[in-house]
Design a protein around this ligand. Sequence first.
Ligand SMILES: [Zn+2]
Length: 432
Amino acid sequence: MKLAKLLGCLLALGALTARAQSPVAAPAAPPAPTATLLRPAAVFDGQDLHPGWAVLVADGKIVAAGPAAQLGAPARARVLELPGLTLLPGLIEGHSHLLLHPYNETPWDDQVLKEPLALRVARATVHAQRTLLAGFTTARDLGTEGAGYADVGLKRAIDEGIIPGPRLLVATRALVATGSYGPRLAAVDDLPQGAQEADGVDGIIKAVREQIGGGADVVKVYADYRWGPGGTAAPTFSQEELTLIVQTARSTGRGVVAHASTAEGMRRAVLAGVETIEHGDAGTPEVFRLMKQRGVALCPTVAATDAISQYRGWKRGQGPAPERVLAKHRAVAAAVQAGVALAIGGDVGVFPHGDNARELELLVNDYGLAPQQVLRAATAGNAQIFHLADRGRIAPGLLADLVAVAGDPTRQVEALRQVRLVMKGGVLYQQP
Ligand SMILES: [Zn+2]
């Protein structure tokens, strides 16, 4: 573990300990600050960069943001001078799997089949902390991959302050059509699967309700997968089944996200009314036009494609890019061309948690998006797509989920690696 990371962990621990101890502080102790004034070099508010702005925080929320000269510190406020830093809304990870760790460490099949649940949860607590300290104060976690409802317990442990981590939107087990998912080992019946199998009207309604009852904030469905002999990606659920999944979830106020990489799987999911398509590798201009019409966002997960290609032997910058990388480039270009909104999420877990910024870096450096465009998408954009009206921007009344990085991330995406301060709900988990 790098020294900086270790220090970050200790600081996070300190933040928690301080909070846990505060109720028993001696009565003679000086009163705690009632507010915090943050004075960075500039503020990125989720839309634009404002040099010379400051932000006032109290009771876990943003009270004011504006030119520093106009923002006085109230009595007893703590003032944090942050020279050279840009303050931005806490980043929102759009696609993670906290219960997974990189496949080049342990293949996915072995994680699902051989790792005890307690081991997976123990790892996940560390993953949650790394995610937070990387500046991602919210994460949409899209499936436990065989770890049942462990994400719901993880979320509760974070919310109760037992472990540091991002605010979570969880999908629990995720839904797959029978026979379409993994692990698949020849001639083994009743093998535990990485998601819940469900089919037909009764089966689907029951499974969606079970997951919601178990704590799902969003329902994830695999609209296609590499299945059958040869493992060719093909649609799984019928149009009727997908529509029923969306209707059942929506009647409880929850949205559905679809894993889909074939054009037909994407098309069915979009027609069913899902809110985001994950991956989208073989999306055609027609499908992306349909997504634009229906207001469905694409979460391209370019970092996972990049990582898997490297695990299979591709050396970046050496030799031609593999077909799956080229396909991803075509898909992202077609989606942008059609005006489809991009959700930002890397499928973290395929590659290390805490390395979440990889998705943003690749979108800028390999896919040609502007740093500011990607930064907007990973803050205000993700918040809008995920219906999180209380975060994603720096504005009065929103949650005090804030991150400060060295440099200007609206010009240099690499600045996102230089996290110096992490605040969630007004609590500091890391500070200069
Ligand atoms: Zn995923």
